[in-house]
Design a protein around this ligand. Sequence first.
Ligand SMILES: [Zn+2]
Ligand SMILES: [Zn+2]
Length: 192
Amino acid sequence: MKRLFYVKINSVIFLVRKMENLIIDIADIVGCIGSSKEINLSVRIPSFETTKGKKDFAEPVRINFIVENVKSGILVKGWVEGCLLSNCDRCLKEFKQPLKVDVEEVYYFSEALSEDREVDEDEIFKVVNNKINLESLIRQAFVLNIPIKLLCNEECKGLCPICGVNLNEKNCGCKKDRIDPRLVKLKELLKE
Ligand SMILES: [Zn+2]
Ligand SMILES: [Zn+2]
């Protein structure tokens, strides 16, 4: 069952596809080395597993690729862009993390692969029946490019270590200049 959605983003109408519809027919450029075409899509990506836990996108992900016949395969080049729903590492509040990732990958023709035995076939992307499946390429692009620190704002003040209040929202007035007890001892020794 094919389900298509239309959404309006920045006044441009994108065709929103479901992830399983990310199989692109490239039969029109297979016969001609150097020929290319543009792929502009908007797609809903289901929750996916990352090093920072399970993540969701706030809205459909935008895809802008040029696919080009480069003899040994189809070169896919461009970018993917989405807004990740995330919790701030400092204040724990949910926020939207914009993520734009450059992508460059070759989907090999099977003929080119049989000529090159160095290539591990399980590790690479392939053209199958004149089609390329962008799903794992896109998933991989996001998984590998999630920022190590997810912060709602570079200046996020985080939570008060004493009362737990979100310091971006209010000032609790807790005394935070408490010195490490070992340093207090040192200070006393210096005084003597
Ligand atoms: Zn924060
Ligand atoms: Zn406090």
